[in-house]
Design a protein around this ligand. Structure first.
Ligand SMILES: Nc1ncnc2c1ncn2[C@@H]1O[C@H](COP(=O)(O)OP(=O)(O)OP(=O)(O)O)[C@@H](O)[C@H]1O
Ligand SMILES: [Mg+2]
Length: 249
């Protein structure tokens, strides 16, 4: 199984839309693709209501129970560590490991983090630590406009400081905004200063976000072939086994 960890510079930057589109694009290439949102907060425990995992599951088309795609959900819209504390529990890393192992027989697993890479899951593990633990390179989704240079470079620097490979940056227009000078110049500046390619710029398309709609909009701005080329360059062993004993932060 190959995997990719879709993270972002912030919450609400387009991770779910990009991950959903990517899942569908990989499936179109003939791959069996698993989807995992290891921890999701701000969702109904009974599985009703809008949730990232629902879109991811729809994209993967695997018709599996919620626990497969979102093994750990909390009602409070908070960082996982705090959401768990408020639910008087702690997140079991072992159960997250079991969740990704369910997709061992798949060709790919696309994992969507919560918030950004430094978001805490437990006192000793953050999102970057989970990507390290699972030996997954990261794709960073970021805003296109003013402010994204700082957020993107900080995220890339943090990922690298944790030993993670960064596949690329994807800039996603989640809101209608004029394509100003910063949005025009940010992609090349991010590439120049970080050495990480900006693999895609997803246009703003106000549609009800179904898996199909996400696929269409992501396809407009991201070439899956380009992403896979970069992935191959980074990940020498295509079927690198997922580690269940990686380091924690
Ligand atoms: N290209 C787009 N065009 C229009 N709306 C978009 C686009 N991309 C994302 N959105 C919308 O922007 C909002 C945030 O996107 P999304 O849920 O993918 O972000 P996220 O990073 O996954 O957020 P979270 O941190 O909550 O997981 C959603 O309402 C989504 O439908
Ligand atoms: Mg999301």
């Amino acid at each position: 199984m190959r995997g990719i960890f879709v993270s972002g510079t912030d919450t609400g930057v387009g991770k779910t839309v990009v991950a959903t589109g990517l899942i569908r694009m990989l499936r179109r290439l003939g791959s069996r693709v698993g989807a995992l949102k290891p921890v999701e907060t701000g969702v109904e425990i009974d599985g009703t209501g809008p949730a990232d995992w629902r879109l991811l599951a729809e994209a993967a088309g695997i018709g599996c129970p919620r626990e497969w795609v979102a093994p750990c959900v909390f009602p409070d819209p908070l960082a996982p560590l705090e959401a768990a504390r408020r639910s008087h529990t702690a997140i079991s890393i072992g159960s997250l490991d079991q969740a990704i192992q369910r997709f061992d027989a798949f060709d790919w697993v696309v994992v969507e983090g919560a918030g950004g890479l430094a978001v805490p899951i437990t006192e000793s593990l953050d999102m970057a630590g989970l990507a390290v633990r699972w030996n997954l390179p990261v794709l960073i989704v970021a805003r296109p406009g003013l402010g994204t240079i700082n957020h993107s470079l900080l995220s890339i620097t943090y990922a690298r400081s944790r030993g993670l490979e960064v596949v690329g940056v994807v800039l996603c227009h989640t809101v209608a905004a004029p394509d100003d000078v910063s949005a025009q110049t940010n992609p090349s500046l991010i590439q120049e200063l970080s050495g990480v390619p900006v693999l895609g710029i997803i246009p703003y398309r106000p549609a009800a976000m179904t898996a199909r709609a996400a696929e269409l909009v992501v396809t407009e701005g991201l070439s899956v072939e380009k992403l896979l080329l970069r992935y191959r360059q980074l990940v020498n062993a295509w079927a690198a086994p997922l580690s269940s004993s990686g380091s924690e932060r």
